[in-house]
Design a protein around this ligand. Structure first.
Ligand SMILES: Cc1cc2nc3c(=O)[nH]c(=O)nc-3n(C[C@H](O)[C@H](O)[C@H](O)COP(=O)(O)OP(=O)(O)OC[C@H]3O[C@@H](n4cnc5c(N)ncnc54)[C@H](O)[C@@H]3O)c2cc1C
Length: 398
């Protein structure tokens, strides 16, 4: 019996996780031959390597939240999830500050995933917070996620790469810009930058911010908004308590927060998050800038940098001295209208599938997302996957 050839186009976290899950589904849905095509030499050049790596299941959309919870469960036992890695998360705890009535609270409180501690118990749970105590104004709006924290992004990517290869995925890295080729209402395969055509019955577009433009090139619109967000790293904080982590200070070393014990703090009201990185702080003012893949990639906006410097001064107060930002970067976030990823087959073109629209949740959704996408691509969608298809946007398909 011939094998079904599936090409995954894009090898960030979405493509890697999907390719891994597809190859692991071997046999359950017939034989598949999976090839992953990535433009760059590395998998973390774009959003996947530019994230804050915060594991946050406090998400309003119930389906996205369920995918996040599924991923959190899979992170607990990476070997059972088919990964050759040990711990993939630093479970430092996550403190979310929100004085509104976010819709995730009831569900997550019922499951015992979040608690509402008073300031005294918070200080006991997270002694490092004393440094920013006044600015936090904790009481009445604090939600404590004991199992939240920081995903070890570099380790997750490396493990998905090696585990996918072991499961039989062919990786084509450094492939340049590849494009989907279609004829007579169905995909035919993928044309590589060097002109070679790889034939396939199915193509999964997992191209992050490039997915929308790719859809338009195929004549099928996707309701995605391309935005950009910044993240900054402060210089070493002379007043910070010693931390057990290494202090490489390199943003390319996304594992540098290893061993951190300080909780991540995310203030929804102020649109600000802060996490410890050795003696530095990684921060974002949660900016949402309209962006385009056509413009020069990843500039750092001076106005955002100025606002971020001010925000740090308000949060990490040091007598007599501000804490300057040492460096910053930005990255794409491709947002869908309901903050839920777009997964699975597109009824407008035979053999075309999506795994995109991860927004600000890509690292948090990683493993659950790959599983859901694979189930939909193989025609056996899980309940969650069935709620993520492009078909939910009737206006787009009309
Ligand atoms: C500043 C910032 C902070 C964030 N913080 C968090 C966080 O704390 N927690 C969280 O869960 N998420 C966070 N995110 C979101 C997360 O980073 C993204 O959702 C996720 O990385 C998206 O992954 P992706 O695989 O869809 O995209 P990408 O990582 O961009 O991967 C897409 C890949 O497709 C490839 N590609 C594109 N076009 C082609 C082509 N024509 N041919 C071949 N290859 C192609 C690209 O080279 C790229 O490698 C953050 C994002 C940013 C920018």
């Amino acid at each position: 019996m011939s094998r079904r050839r599936i090409i995954v186009l894009g090898g960030g976290i979405a493509g890697l996780s999907t390719a891994h899950s597809l190859a692991r589904s071997q046999g359950q849905a017939g034989e598949v031959e999976v090839t992953l095509v990535e433009r760059e030499r590395r998998h973390d050049v774009h959003s996947t390597g530019r994230s804050a790596e915060i594991l946050r299941v406090a998400v309003n959309d119930p389906i996205t939240r369920a995918l996040a919870l599924e991923t959190d469960r899979l992170f607990e036992d990476p070997v059972a999830a088919g990964l050759d890695a040990e711990s993939l998360v630093d479970r430092t705890g996550l403190l979310v500050l929100n004085s509104g009535a976010p819709s995730w609270t009831a569900d997550l409180e019922r499951r015992g995933i979040v608690t509402r501690p008073d300031a005294a118990s918070l200080r006991r749970l997270a002694p490092d917070l004393r440094e920013a105590e006044d600015a936090l104004r904790l009481e009445g709006r604090a939600y404590w996620f004991e199992r939240g924290g920081r995903i070890r992004g570099e380790r997750l990517v490396a493990s998905l790469v090696s585990s996918a290869q072991r499961a039989g995925v062919t990786l084509l890295r450094n492939a340049g810009d590849a494009e989907v080729v279609s004829e007579r209402g169905a995909v035919r395969g993928v044309r590589l930058h060097d002109g070679r055509l790889l034939d396939a019955e199915d193509v999964v577009v997992a191209a992050g911010a490039w997915s929308g433009p790719m859809a338009r090139g195929l004549g099928v619109d996707l309701p995605l908004r391309t935005t950009r967000r910044h993240m900054f790293m402060t210089s070493p904080d002379p007043g910070s308590a010693p931390d057990s982590s290494s202090d490489s200070g390199s943003d390319s070393d996304s594992d540098s927060g290893r061993g951190n014990t300080a909780p991540v703090v995310w203030d929804d009201d102020a649109a600000f998050y802060i996490r410890r990185e050795g003696s530095r702080w990684g921060i974002s003012i949660c900016d949402v800038l309209e962006a385009s893949t056509q413009a020069p990639l990843y500039p750092v906006d001076p106005e955002i940098e100025r606002m971020a410097t001010e925000a740090v001064a308000g949060w990490v107060r040091r007598p007599g001295a501000a804490l300057p930002l040492e460096r910053g970067w930005s990255g794409f976030r491709d947002l869908s209208p309901d903050d839920r990823p777009i997964l699975g087959p597109d009824p407008r073109l035979g053999g075309l599938h999506w795994c995109c629209g991860l927004g600000g949740h890509g690292m948090t959704l990683s493993l659950g997302l790959g599983r859901a996408a694979a189930s939909a691509i193989l025609g056996q969608p899980t309940e969650l996957a069935a709620q993520c298809t492009v078909g939910r946007f009737e206006s787009v398909l009309a």
